[in-house]
Write a protein that binds this ligand. Sequence first.
Ligand SMILES: [Zn+2]
Length: 366
Amino acid sequence: MFEGKISVFDGHCDTATKLMADDTMDLGKTCGDGHVDIPRMIEGGVGAQVFACWVDPDVPAEKWNITTIKMIRRLRAAVEANSGSMGIARSGLEIERLIGEGRIAAVIGVEGGHAIGAEMDALVRLFSEGVRCMTLTWNNHNEIADACEGESCHGGLSDFGRDVIGMMDSMGMVIDLSHSSDSTFYDVLERTSNPVLVSHSCMRNICDHPRNMNDDMLRALARNGGVVGINFFPGFLENECSRETFALWNEYKRERTSLAGKYDGDVGRADGELLGRYMPKINAIKVPGVDVVVDHIEMAIDFAGIDHVGIGSDYDGTPMMPRGLEDISKMQSIAGEMRTRGYSAKETEKVMGGNLLALFKRVCTC
Ligand SMILES: [Zn+2]
């Protein structure tokens, strides 16, 4: 199935959100839009994929948990409808077994701990629904911890957040620190007994954005035994592209908030109306190529070492992607660029997926 290709383990995509928005979408068929479906995953050599379930914190808080559960079930049904080529993995060994069978291992993730509110039972429920990794925050602060944006609220982890770390460790759920504040990152490393994932982040030394990691964080990540998945989102890859992208994003958010106000807070309806108008502006932003993604990979390797770097594409989470990585079918172009730069086949395999598999085998043991 993946002959001649290096097996990819992608640490982050947002295709579950897309499935939730369109109940006719079949993962098994090539989609006319978006970045991810099974035929294109096979073309890209993807052996394992974390599907993040994310609920917009702009929807009313009482809907966060129930919508997350609905999204998980929609994702599971989409995978089960394609069981010949994909299966849900609940442990590191299951990921490995599915890849060995020539099927894609789907790992269920949650993006944003607001999905559990302040309820430990809700976290346990997510685990029983099959969730095996969770970003403690999205861009909003929550009951668990501070996010990378806005004035600090807890100064890192909250008291509840410290208990959440203990529970995730004991259940075997991977702690994902993308979107967290720097203080949250360091608090978690002090607290956890497991290696952590930073599923879709880039290097601050190349692109100065709070969503990215600095050299000290990378060295700390290596000491913890964790892995960073390099994000493909152009807004995290280059300073100029980042400035343009976030200026447009902030303009979009302002319009979205005022429009959603007119529609009783229905942000989905606001998005539907605005996206068409913004797409030409988004498409006009000059994006970097696959070489810049590999620049971030190289820098991460320089600071953290070859065993601590992976891939977290963010496919279907943004309408923009780098040249040469337009959708998931293009994944092997990263391996090609790494080999051109002199990385051995073994080193390239680690970054493309081996390191993430090793992390899930260590943490998700049941
Ligand atoms: Zn994200």
